[in-house]
Design a protein. Structure first.
Length: 119
């Protein structure tokens, strides 16, 4: 990822079921997702063509659906699944980093997990 460009999807908020507690399993709660993709954007810079870069709109839709439908117990699992989605989405993605945050857990703190994957 060192000398590559970055595409970032920031502050994607979805309502999903994540957690081990009974009340966490019963009702969706807000989850915040941040994704960084390492991509060579040189061709897109010169062509100005969506076909030459990662379609982050369709990726965002896929992440949203995944986060809403998966219902994992751990945010580690959710972050890992989203990272795999990012790599699988487009061959241009060399590396992906995903942070999943559960805001204001029990009025105690925000909990976040970051997972990184390389092709």
């Amino acid at each position: 990822g060192g000398d590559m460009d970055r595409i970032e999807i920031r502050d994607l908020r979805v309502d999903g079921i994540v957690g081990v507690g009974q009340e966490e399993r019963e009702a969706p709660q807000e989850i915040v997702i941040d994704v960084t993709l390492w991509v060579d954007t040189a061709r897109a810079q010169s062509s100005d063509d969506l076909g030459d870069t990662v379609n982050y709109w369709t990726l965002t839709q896929a992440i949203k659906s995944y986060a809403e439908d998966t219902h994992p117990r751990l945010i580690e699992r959710l972050a890992g699944g989203i990272a795999d989605l990012g790599l699988a989405h487009d061959d241009m993605v060399a590396e992906v980093e995903v942070t999943v945050t559960k805001p204001n857990v029990s009025h105690l703190a925000d909990f976040a997990v970051t997972v990184r994957r390389e092709r």
